[in-house]
Design a protein around this ligand. Sequence first.
Ligand code: ADP
Ligand code: MG
Length: 247
Amino acid sequence: MAIIEISNLKKSFGKLDVLKQITFDVNKNDVIAVIGPSGSGKSTMLRSLVHLEEINAGSITIAGEAFVKDGVYAKPQEIKKITSKMGMVFQHFNLFPHLTVKENLELPPKLVKNEPVAAIQQRSTELLRKIGLSGHANAYPANLSGGQKQRVAIARALMMNPEILLFDEPTSALDPELTGEVLEVIKALAQEQMTMIVVTHEMGFAREVANRVIFMDNGEIIETGHPSELFTNPQNERTKAFLSRSL
Ligand code: ADP
Ligand code: MG
């Protein structure tokens, strides 16, 4: 069953057509790796899914409910309700610098959810344990490594109990020796059957964890397939050229 249906998505910035005709479905428990050169529209596509960008045409349906249909958006409250099924993790963490780790985790649900504080605190304690940062609950982001910050950002996204997690190059801002600890957290989520779309340059990770790879170039999906097919036997010349530069 498709939990996300993206159909004929088009987006331009002025005269620049950034997304040309993007169509794909995400099934429950899918881990989809999105790869492609810089500027191919990967971030814009992901941002459109959580309504950080508005598309010009097309439809996006989450768990059976469209928040934009043929380019026409639903009411703001409806959009919010539907997009809140997704959590997003950014390249640059986007933690609140003036809040502790624990406060970073607890603020979003406190702001939007009608939930007892005790339940929120219990979840943040559990998630900090899960990402191996129980001892850092009262630290500020500035005192964490990049890898730790990104693990906190993942935990913060999980605090909202999303059905789907989106990652936009979660390890691109990290020193190479810190990427592993972040990829391990994402891998563990995959093992728990979390549905995820991960924009990444980590081909080894995509190969190991994704059940589908989407190659984008110049605002289009050029090729999609199981990693064992797409990485070893790419069909399209542009995929071949990109992979020969990236592997
Ligand atoms: P990717 O994530 O694959 O590197 P992006 O989605 O960030 O690609 O960008 C796709 C294209 O859209 C690029 O040419 C980029 O410069 C352009 N773009 C992205 N955001 C904006 C914006 N807010 N205004 C104008 N152009 C943008
Ligand atoms: Mg990007």
